[in-house]
Design a protein around this ligand. Structure first.
Ligand code: GDG
Length: 468
């Protein structure tokens, strides 16, 4: 179960409905599991105010949950993206607290829980994804105590001092504690969660196990631990090895005027991603003459995101103002300082960009994991390219051979960029080999297997994932 289904809705000119797969990491990971287990995917279709019947798509049963446009505003854009998202990302932007948004969140979570209660067979496994659905585990357990319930949080779980700002902090924790296994990206997130449970409920915790008292005086055992998510590493490498993708990557370099160094950023246009910080550092390097525009170009893909939320509109204005200024100040007729692309691209084009980039910039101020960092590494079968990675991403717990940075420290960021650009070939290869091994050893299939085995009691931990 996830807020969004893995398919996109399309209406033909004849009014006929068509469904297109929207292949993401989660779909790749869960598709084989779902087929083997005869599972169903429950979620919203992406269109408001439409009731749609369950259907089959590409061998997967799909169960749509309807949302009205009002609920979309209050539950999704409001409580999920303007309350929980900024709060869980360490209040980089101020969260808004509105009681009507909370009420919509409760209502929609109940609808999702009811859909699962109807669809699940006796003793079935239900895996709930992400922060939009934190109340579902408890609601589901109350109506269907026979089910095995897992929850995975894709974003960080903040420290108590921040989490405790949430007016509904007890209800959210209680919602999550309805699950048997609660998964997080990093050990630190699981630790923050357990601490919040101790502070607010006084339940005892031992390592990753929390004892949750139940109504008849006994207790239930809930596991809260980290399962770092990953990507389909082999799938990305396969695309990168295609001759036409490599040709495209050379074409990209040429169209940028064959600069010595191409630096690349790929992010949803989101304030958590540190896009402004990276542009500021790059601009100062040009200003100080440590980089010349003929030698270094920054390509920034900023895919459109949450465009109806005001904070995101403001961010877009700020970034586009900064890009305009930098290009005005430093571009020449033949060389652009920043190639800024406010589009989404097909996966093959993203891979060609990864192959064209000498330095990949991941400067998030807070990020649950950051899959872009892992995708870059998976694509570099040539063992070249440098990953510059923020310490505030979940990925930095695993990808220790990246050039690690604190994006708030602009001087440090500038030095790290120069270090990455100047890094000798042998050093680049040494680091990239180690990074690649890590991403191959813990791919997304490993992630889902490890979670589901813990959930169903086998308790086997994926190789390379240390149990905290
Ligand atoms: C959340 C958490 C966590 C982006 N633009 C295009 C495109 N993308 C793809 C990337 C990557 C994905 O979107 C973004 O994933 P990230 O992990 O980088 O970030 P979030 O979207 O914030 O994801 C995050 C993740 O959930 C998983 O748990 O890692 O911390 O915030 O796969 O490649 N893909 C295509 N065209 C684009 O223009 N095809």
């Amino acid at each position: 179960m996830s807020n969004r289904l893995p398919v996109d809705y399309e209406e033909g000119p004849d009014g006929q409905i068509r469904w297109k797969s929207s292949p993401g990491g989660l779909v790749t990971a869960l598709e084989p599991v779902m087929r083997a287990a005869d599972g169903a995917w429950i979620g919203w279709t992406g269109v408001a105010d439409r009731e749609l019947d369950p259907f089959e798509h590409d061998g997967i049963s799909i169960i749509p949950v309807p949302l009205s446009s009002r609920e979309l505003e209050e539950y999704y854009e409001g409580f999920s993206n303007d309350t929980l998202w900024p709060l869980y990302h360490d209040v980089i932007a101020p969260p808004s607290f509105h009681r009507e948004w909370w009420e919509a969140y409760v209502r929609v979570n109940r609808r999702f829980a009811e859909a699962a209660a109807r669809a699940a067979s006796d003793g079935a496994v239900v895996w709930v994804q992400d922060y939009q659905l934190q109340l579902v585990p408890r609601m589901l357990r109350e109506s269907r105590p026979d089910l095995v319930i897992g929850f995975f949080n894709h974003i960080p779980f903040p420290a108590y001092g921040i989490y405790s700002q949430l007016p509904w902090r007890r209800q959210v924790l209680d919602g999550l504690l309805g699950a048997d296994v609660i998964g997080f990206q990093r050990a630190a997130d699981a630790g923050n969660f357990s601490r919040a449970v101790r502070r607010l409920f006084g339940y005892s915790t031992r390592g990753t196990v929390i004892d949750v008292p139940d109504a008849d005086g006994g207790s239930r055992r809930v596991v809260a631990r980290h399962f770092p998510i990953s990507i389909d590493a082999a799938g990305f490498e396969e695309i990168a090895r295609r001759p036409e993708v490599q040709a495209r990557s050379r074409e990209i370099r040429e169209s940028l005027g064959n600069p010595e160094t191409i630096m690349l950023g790929v992010d949803r246009l989101d304030y958590t991603k540190g896009i402004r910080h990276r542009m500021k550092a790059f601009g100062e390097l040009l200003r100080d003459g440590r980089l010349e525009v003929e030698d270094a170009t920054l390509v920034q893909v900023a895919s459109p995101s949450r465009e109806r939320v005001e904070t995101y509109r403001q961010l877009r204005d700020e970034i586009e103002l900064a890009v305009g200024r930098l290009n005005g100040d430093y571009s020449t007729l033949g060389h652009q300082a920043i190639a800024y692309l406010h589009h989404g691209y097909p996966r093959e084009e993203m891979v060609a960009l990864y192959l064209a980039a000498d330095v990949m910039l991941v400067t998030a101020l807070r990020d649950g994991m950051n899959l872009v960092a892992k995708e870059y590494v998976a694509c570099r079968f040539d063992e070249d390219g440098v990953l510059l990675l923020s310490e505030f991403t979940g990925a930095s717990d695993e990808l220790r051979q990246a050039v690690l940075v604190n994006p708030h420290d602009i001087e440090g960021l500038k030095d790290a960029m120069v270090e990455a650009i100047r890094m000798p070939r042998r050093e680049r290869a040494r680091r990239m080999r180690a990074l690649r091994k890590r991403v191959r050893d813990n791919d997304v299939a490993n992630w889902s297997r490890s979670f589901l085995e813990t959930l169903t009691g086998a308790g086997i931990i994926a190789p390379g994932v240390p149990d905290p």
